[in-house]
Design a protein around this ligand. Structure first.
Ligand code: PLP
Length: 367
């Protein structure tokens, strides 16, 4: 194995001796759920302060060996990404804007004081995993193989500073159709007791700590019969930020799409793509600060006709109702908005190869 950093990295492959039989894999792919089952292999690359990135490998899927003093376990120095591999009708396997995920991983790395992984190595890590586990990409409508790259501080050291040893891994999990019985609007809980991210904090980075702090408000949402939490800004508590893991878009009756802009929001690739598709159709798009009142008053007056959330896992989720302390707008049994559904259809059409890829967003992963 090479110790010095080579560019691009070359991967050693160790095939699993415990690969699932075809029948077992097919049974899983027939009803994969989300994040429950994992493929036969994983990617692992090591970084050290002296050696840079090295020891790029495809290994049998299995537990990581971490020293109990590994700093990720104590100080949460970790980042991740989430994207999907889609099977097209001709059997080929594609991902959607992986270079955008790679750029975001580097932005998150900067904020979490982790090393940068080159785009070429990031995309190659996905290709390597697909080369080993391509048969795990399902082919039923709206199914995919969810890819989860992540980076963790593995140095065993309890002092508080950026780790000098880091692991990058990619695991993959087959994903079923998110809305198996049709896309139906969800109710959202407005969190007024908790914020997702603070000014100058890590809100714009895809890091586990943001999720850790969203779990309690998420339970509060569930207690109120809601699927997700909407967070407001932490300074004034009046501006919309996002849901725990999805961005929010408001649609006005004149066709304008409005989405919150803030340096504590995680900038979704799904949102960016949806807004581009809307602009392509001639819709006006506004990325700006948005007050909660604007949503509440707009829905009440009829000026806002649709609201949706978006992110890789569910693509686009219509929001029917927003409830919270002293707030109740919309209706739980609203129907999904027309523009919401048509943008969803166009985006998934591109991802599954049914609609021409006019922006060059698709990258083939199986060679
Ligand atoms: C990943 C994520 C999103 C959605 O990003 P996509 O690139 O569209 O999947 C939105 N908010 C948060 C907090 C996220 O972690």
């Amino acid at each position: 194995m090479t110790i010095a950093t080579t560019f691009p990295l070359s991967f050693d492959v160790t095939p699993s001796t415990a690969q699932r039989a075809t029948a077992e894999r097919d049974a899983i792919l027939a009803d994969p759920g989300f994040g429950k089952h994992f493929t036969d292999h994983m990617v692992s690359i090591t970084w050290t302060i002296d050696g840079g990135w090295h020891d790029a490998e495809v290994l049998p899927y299995g537990p990581l060996s971490l020293d109990p003093a590994a700093s990720v376990l104590h100080y949460a120095q970790e980042i991740f990404e989430g994207l999907k591999a889609y099977r097209h009708a001709d059997g080929s396997i594609w991902s959607f804007r992986p270079e955008a995920n790679s750029r975001r991983l580097r932005r998150s790395a900067t904020r979490l004081a982790l090393p940068h992984l080159a785009e070429e190595d990031f995309v190659e890590s996905l290709r390597q995993l697909i080369a080993a586990d391509g048969s795990w990409v399902p082919s039923a409508p709206e199914t995919s193989l969810y890819l989860r790259p992540f980076m963790i501080a593995t140095e065993s050291f309890l002092g508080v500073r950026a780790a000098q040893k880091v692991g990058y891994h990619v695991i993959a999990s087959p994903a079923g159709a998110y809305f198996a019985s049709g896309v139906t609007p969800v109710s959202i809980w407005l969190s007024t007791n908790y914020s997702r991210a603070g000014k100058g904090g890590t809100g714009a980075a895809k890091t586990g700590g943001n999720y850790a702090s969203s779990l309690l408000p998420q339970q509060e949402a569930a207690d109120h019969g809601c699927a997700q939490v909407l967070f407001l800004d932490s300074v004034e508590g009046v501006y919309l930020e996002e849901l725990g893991g999805m961005n929010v878009v408001l649609v006005y009756k004149d066709g304008t799409l409005v989405t919150p802009e803030s340096d504590s929001i995680l900038e979704g690739i799904t949102r960016d793509s949806i807004l581009q598709l809307a602009e392509d159709r001639g819709h006006k798009v506004e990325r700006r600060r948005v007050r909660l009142d604007e949503w509440v008053d707009g829905v009440a007056s009829g000026d806002i006709t649709e609201v949706f959330a978006c992110g890789t896992a569910a693509v686009v989720t219509p929001i029917g109702r927003l409830i919270g302390e002293g707030i109740d707008v919309g209706s739980a049994d609203a129907t999904a908005g027309e523009l919401t559904m048509s943008l969803r259809e166009e985006l998934t059409g591109m991802q599954y190869g049914r609609v021409p890829d006019r922006h060059g967003w698709m990258t083939r992963l199986d060679r």
